[in-house]
Design a protein around this ligand. Structure first.
Ligand SMILES: [Cu+2]
Length: 388
């Protein structure tokens, strides 16, 4: 009986969450490619249904005319593109817009739209250093950001190959400025043997587009309601009184995240994937993955610019303080606890599901105790080694 009622709540919550998260969780191919690098974004007020069926007022970005999502839609551009982003504020409050780490002037205090067409603001800049960036409403920081107005800008390299002109080893960074160790790692991916000995990463090289964006955030429903009711809080008041009850990854909690295709990395052994991990919230997170370790490739500096790492460590847990961005490589190697042939996976069959969960234990709950319905997801190995 108990289980029955728990799952009834679940189904409802999942069904209505989908409508809010639709833009964010859709296939990257559905989103503007950024070829022309023109984007039309709108800021709206939304009611977000959480995993326990409760609802909180927040803000969200949307591609104009498309469903809003928290986080906002992924903006993907190429290094050197002239990027134009038009912002319309259809929320009931003033808002701003900026991209941290890119050379552009922030929009601040954009008044709510009155429907006369005079209410848009534009930012224009040239996309620089390839990597992962935060776009946010920087007004009233960190309030508007934490209440939903954040998303990822991804800058892809114009020439993304670890092996330069040979072009057999794609890499999401330019060979001219990537570190030698980043290039060595991407060059090693897909090699069955090195110097005649079995190599570490048999299978395929990394493929452009084989990536996932993970944006972490926290929600305090009391704060959401107070601000929706018109209270104006200073940054310090907000931070001192912020008591998160929900810990999200791409706006989702627990089982909803594990079942979201854009959030759950999936592939065969030998298909390495890039994870672009970002923390929009106020809590420090410590994501941790079972089955594989990850390699930390970039780490954002205080201005939000990715710093390419020369010393590339293998991490069981990686530290994500507020506003940190780290690109990490999930190598999709054979997990060390898999029984080798000739057992041929009789005891455990593919697909193999492994969790990613945050090691900051309070973040594993929602609504003050429902475990494991917090910041966690799955990643899935669909089958044994594939080679290119
Ligand atoms: Cu664990």
């Amino acid at each position: 009986m108990k289980y029955g009622s728990v799952f009834a709540v679940f189904t409802t919550a999942t069904a209505s969450l989908t409508s809010l998260a639709a833009a964010q969780t859709s296939d990257p191919g559905d989103l503007p490619t950024g070829d022309d690098a023109d984007f039309d974004l709108e800021i709206v007020d939304v009611d977000v249904e959480l995993i326990d069926g409760s609802t909180v007022p927040m803000y969200a970005f949307a591609h104009a005319g498309k469903p809003p999502s928290i986080p906002g839609p992924i903006l993907r551009v190429k290094q050197g593109d002239t990027v134009r982003i038009d912002i319309r504020n259809s929320s009931s409050r003033p808002h701003g817009f900026q991209i941290l780490g890119q050379n552009m002037s922030a929009i601040v205090g954009l008044a709510p739209s009155e429907g006369d067409g005079e209410d848009k603001a534009r930012v224009e800049f040239t996309a620089t250093k390839p990597g992962t960036y935060f776009y946010v409403d920087g007004d009233n920081a960190p309030v508007n950001r934490v209440l939903g107005l954040h998303g990822a800008l991804i800058v892809e390299p114009a020439n993304g190959y670890a092996d330069g002109k040979v072009r057999k080893k794609p890499m999401p960074y330019p060979p001219g400025t990537a570190t030698t160790n980043m290039k060595s790692l991407f060059t090693a991916l897909g090699e069955a043997t090195i110097d005649g000995k079995p190599a570490r990463f048999p299978g395929k090289p990394w493929q452009a587009g084989r990536e996932y964006v993970w944006i972490f955030n926290q929600i305090d429903p009391v704060m959401c309601r107070r601000i929706a009711a018109g209270e104006v809080l200073s940054a310090s008041e907000f931070q001192e009184q912020f008591h998160p009850r929900y810990f999200t990854i791409n706006g989702l909690c627990g089982m909803d995240a594990a079942h979201d295709k854009a959030t759950c990395p999936t592939g065969h052994v030998g298909e390495p994937a890039l994870l672009r991990t970002m923390n929009a919230g106020l809590a420090t997170h410590c994501p941790h993955i079972h089955g594989n370790h990850v390699f930390v490739l970039t780490q954002s500096n205080a201005n939000g610019v990715p710093v390419y790492q020369q010393d590339i460590y293998e991490h069981d847990v990686w530290l994500m303080p507020p506003m940190m961005i780290k690109d990490v490589l999930l190598p999709f190697t054979t997990p060390p606890d898999l029984p080798p042939a000739p057992w041929k996976m009789v005891q455990e069959k593919y697909p193999l599901q492994y969790p990613m969960h945050c090691h900051n234990e309070i973040s594993q709950t929602s609504a003050g105790g429902s475990y494991p319905m917090g910041l966690m997801t799955d990643w899935e190995i669909e089958g044994p080694l594939v080679t290119s």
